[in-house]
Ligand binder design. Structure first.
Ligand code: HEC
Length: 148
């Protein structure tokens, strides 16, 4: 091993060592008490719910286009499950333009119900319109919260 590589190994060990120490420190720092455990639950990020909604609604789209009722129904349900994290106040308290995220999230109830009706009736020719209605409603909330 030449002196350059000895130096490199030394640097790597030092960096690795401090990362490990940092990790241990963080673990120690994050030890929860009953109070901050509750705070942590309330700080579920709205953006994480949005990523779930994006995934579920994309999958819903392809399931609907393939006229796969069972799968479409599953993803329409997954959307509602993700939304319940907002509606039941588990996301950080977001308020935009005087609107509260909890209040705004209920606007998705109508398009979700319409998609359920399309699935239950098997009238797949209505699916794309119902899906567009869902997306328009998502985007109405994005506009209201200045994230259009
Ligand atoms: C309560 C109003 C509201 C509703 C309803 C809503 N969104 Fe959002 N969405 C937001 C807000 C606010 C942000 C920005 C969050 C942030 O930056 O922290 C956002 C951001 C997003 C993002 C961007 C995430 C990123 O990484 O930047 C996506 C994707 C998204 N929403 C998808 C959806 C979909 C799909 C729906 C409908 C199924 C939906 N949203 C319904 C308020 C809403």
């Amino acid at each position: 091993m030449n002196s350059n590589s000895t130096f490199l190994v030394g640097v790597l060990l030092a960096v690795g060592g401090s990362a490990l120490a940092g990790g241990v420190f963080m673990l120690k720092g994050e030890r929860s008490t009953p109070e901050n455990a509750v705070t942590h639950l309330k700080e579920y990020r709205l953006i994480d719910v949005m990523h779930e909604l994006q995934t579920h609604s994309t999958k819903l789209y392809f399931a609907g286009i393939a006229e796969n009722g069972e799968l479409a129904s599953w993803y329409n349900w997954k959307i509602q499950q993700s939304l319940s994290n907002i509606k039941e106040g588990r996301t950080e308290p977001y308020a935009y333009n005087g609107w509260d995220a909890i209040e705004l999230a209920t606007m998705l109830d109508i398009p979700i119900k319409e998609i359920d009706e399309v699935i239950d009736s098997g009238q797949w020719s209505r699916f794309e319109d119902a899906y567009d209605f869902l997306m328009d409603t998502c985007n109405a909330c994005h506009a209201a919260t200045e994230h259009s």
